[in-house]
Design a protein around this ligand. Sequence first.
Ligand code: ADP
Ligand code: MG
Length: 943
Amino acid sequence: MDRLKTPKAGASTIASASAAAPATGAAPLPPATAAELATEPAATAVTPSMAQFLDIKASHPDCLLFYRMGDFYELFFEDAVAAAEALGIVLTKRGKHLGGDIPMCGVPIHRAEEYLHRLIKQGFRVAVCEQLEDPAAARRRGSKAVVRRDVVRLVTPGTLTEDSLLDARTRNYLTAIFCLRARAGSVSRVALASFDISTGECEIGEAAAADAAGEIVRLSPGEVIASDQTLADADVSQWLKNVAAALTPVPAASFDSLAGSRLLQAQLRVADLSAFGAFTRAELSAAGALLKYVELTQLGHRVALRPPRRTGPDDRLIIDAATRSSLELVRSLSGSKAGSLLAAIDRTVTGPGARELASRLAGPLRDCAAIGARLDAVAFLHERDALRDDLRRTLKSAPDIARALARLTLQRGGPRDLATVRDGLAAAAGCASLIEVGAGAVGLPANLAAIATGLAAAAPGLREALGSALADQLPQQRRDGGFVRQGFRPELDAARSLREDNRQTLAELEARYVAETGVKSLRIRHNNILGFYLEAPAAAAKPLLSEPLSARFRHRQTMAGAVRFTTEELLDTQALILSAAERALALEQEIFAELATAIFEAQPALAEVAAALAELDCVASLAELAAEQGYTRPRLDDGTTFDIKAGRHPVVEQALRAANAVSFIGNDCVLVPAAAPAAGLAEPAVARLWLVTGPNMAGKSTFLRQNALITVMAQMGSFVPAQSASIGIVDRLFSRVGAADDLARGRSTFMVEMVETAAILNQATRRSLVILDEIGRGTATFDGLSIAWAVVEHLTEVNGCRALFATHYHELTALAGRLGEIANVTMEVKEWKDEIVFLHKVKPGAADRSYGIQVATLAGLPKPVTARAGEVLRLLENGQVKGGAAALEELPLFAAAAPLVAVAPSIDVLAHAVKALNPDELTPKSALEALYKLKALVDNDPA
Ligand code: ADP
Ligand code: MG
């Protein structure tokens, strides 16, 4: 239950008087007195204040309206009902409207962010309506005048800027989707424009419809905007199921390419966009809707837009949505960061660095030179432990410049955002000189040189100005002042000391009054209504109320236990204090505005510094990871080899180490066309597709995935967990897990599995890498085997891609003999006293059997059951059961198990009984008796 709005309580003492000084300039306005709405009489007519509320509310029907009244945001009518329910705060009523009570709830402004956070999380949009003038100004217009108010901002999941509403280590994109349709009406291509309003990062691109889902997961927007028609499209809603974005419909007309280029030009302050790339019309349309929506939600405020990057699947390793989730790149299957590849490799020390790393991981590159340049930078820091340590220590103190910059640009920033820029610039300068010294005579690799240039992009004057202007301790808000350093501006110091002197004067005044009147309990106090006044307890006030003192001590108020007075001197001193305080505050606001303007003017340079810091943190963290985990630099080229020596699974390896378990066993994976066998390789494993067999738990899935993860890491520009890695650039990466392994996700039916397999067969090229783990398991044995068989054939003969295919169908291993592109490998196991030991080592050849019973023993199946299973298996393998193994395997597992256990024990007995019969010798009666006997044997079988 939350605190309910309470009326502002009365008096404060002299000591806290400065906090009550009236505000000026951009500072917020004092409370609206006589809470207008609340005190409306029970009328049937609509009052002016109610008319104002209804008017504003009508313009924002889809938002909760946070209506500023003094120190609270109030919500009324249905908004109040919804918010009270969502926030668990008290719903009350206030006044009447058209004869009925008005439901109301309120949140105090100092806790507004926290409540906003909870509402946004629950899917609400909030319109923030502020008072735009001092209530006193309204009163001057007449007693009936209503304080001017209007909405200053719409808060939606994709337009957040406050640190408390955002995850420091995660980007928050607002993404506009624009679909291009083929003649038949189905979506053929998609334009995506994404903008993180909290950092200014912007990317725009197009993707084929088939790649859209993966691209949307790569972007992982917090909010998606699209036309109603687009949102209603079956394909689009399928794509959007993969992300947790809020969906916001916007008018189709806002997808306007002309408006898009105009808005982009205006925001970027350029006359021509061609410097940023050749945007297609569809891309500009998406950008148009995006910026229109930003304008709408930010009420026209300028935002800190960085030059858009033109991105899309074409220059990246294409990873579809299913593969992303199956490989658990940035989230584990349970949806958390823990357990993902990102969590395993993230050693960044700043939020911006973490965002950069996540973005590189989600979108690995495809260009050999670009990847090489990234790796050069990582290698440089990998080789220099001391430099890396120093840099990381300096980076730790680097705050998030980009987010502070975004808030300052939107006029939402506070003194601490100024300090963020100051400290960020200091960290950047520190890093720049470390790099310069570290480079020595060797010189820097290109990417680090670019980072060094970026770090020094901002003019040094700004950092000095911020350093000398800002105090050591900074308040959260600018409105109360107190953030400018003593000595920065003489006028401010003068106003401040005047304010202090007068406070001293008040204390002296009080002492003198006590002495003169003999009223020892006489005190000077302050409240918002009376200002400064003198107060004496009722019992002691008598002398002040009578002649001669009553002439000087003018009576103001009689309270229950006290009487209040004022004097000429007190009023004069108050005026001095107020004007000094007012002047000090006004000067501070002026200084804030100056600094904010200087920052705003330096915005492009500051954004560059911020980006350089983020990249440096990312690169240093990858170098740190490589050193810590013993990773090696991968070699990449434009060929189609895939040659990993002693590769490891980065996540499993760390998990095993953390659990102090056995250490991870490295495994080779060499996929090459049969025509060009790699030297020194055992003959059977020279092939483009490896069929991996072996018992459950032997490590097949781990082996498959580690090779996909090594590819992702190599192409994002990271060192990899292997002794050596040589990879011909992969254009598309696919990973699928058969339905039986994937039931936990609750959505993998056989159908989904086949749809996803179809996508691979349709899209994989000679440059692709395909990981198929037990595909075909979700159906009966023969179906599954046939499908798996045909898929393997298609992959080698048509797609010609590099592939790893794990299967429990031993029959498939026969393919290796028939197709030169296929090799069999198996996970080595050792049998020891009827038990199985997994060696986790990949070796050439096929598994001779599946060791299911040994695995079952390990799993703790009761001894009699596994012993019996062993017997049955021997019978089956010797072909003693009619129909043979094949016929039995067609039965689903559990249906097959029951009759096997019950009937099999009788087979010997039955056979014996039947053998004993000689039909030629039987009379009709004895034949019938024999039949009853046989039946009884079966019915009463003790097994
Ligand atoms: P499969 O797919 O063959 O059933 P998994 O790949 O799921 O087997 O592996 C089962 C477990 O074996 C893993 O969770 C891991 O703990 C362990 N394991 C797998 N590969 C290795 C390895 N190379 N070194 C050490 N342990 C491994
Ligand atoms: Mg497996």
